[in-house]
Design a binder for this molecule. Structure first.
Ligand code: ADP
Length: 170
């Protein structure tokens, strides 16, 4: 197999990274990963994708709109929509690193499979995992969707701008 070009930490930092996900909806867990990534990368593209294993609650347009509103004013953050494969987006935009978050052990299996597959089709692909903060380790968009359904208080899980939108939508 062709030897991939490996990037040193110095080469990766100050460069671009992509943070792909469904963000359906954006939660404090996602925000924490974004803020921590910005300590190491100059530019971060939040890439909104459809997860075919999950039933969507918000449309892609609604998710992008909320992300853009929340991160408005930060020139280091870009929000885009993924219309194809993640690795194709990364190749086209010359982004060497993908960021993901890890919460419970069950996240790992899926992430591991995705990482191996992406590396097989794009040898320069690298993924960096951020461990969830303890206070967000149980937080997922699916849990927020459950809370909305049962009219629970979502303000401890999502920023106000998202909560207001979801409460109206409810
Ligand atoms: P996907 O459907 O691609 O998993 P999500 O929006 O659910 O999209 O998550 C995007 C990424 O953010 C994933 O890597 C996920 O593990 C991570 N993530 C989501 N919530 C949290 C959280 N509370 N703490 C840490 N990482 C998280």
């Amino acid at each position: 197999m062709e030897e991939p070009n490996s990037l040193s930490f110095e080469e990766c930092s100050n460069k671009k990274a992509v943070y792909p996900g469904s963000f359906d909806p954006l939660t404090f867990g996602h925000i924490d990963i974004v803020q921590r990534s910005l300590r190491y990368f100059q530019n971060l593209t939040i890439l909104v994708a459809e997860n075919r294993k999950k039933t969507p609650f918000l449309s892609i347009e609604e998710r992008v709109d909320l992300l853009q509103k929340y991160f408005h004013g930060n020139p280091r953050i870009h929000v885009e929509v993924c219309t194809g494969l993640l690795v194709d987006f990364m190749k086209c935009n010359d982004i060497p690193v993908c960021i993901r978050g890890l919460r419970v052990l069950s996240d790992f299996e899926n992430e591991f499979q995705m990482a191996i597959t992406n590396k097989q089709i794009y040898p320069n692909f690298e993924v960096l995992f951020f461990m969830s903060n303890m206070q967000h380790a149980n937080l997922s968009s699916s849990m927020v969707k459950e809370m909305i359904h049962f009219q629970g208080n979502i303000r401890v899980f999502v920023p106000d701008i998202v909560a207001e939108y979801l409460e109206k939508r409810r």
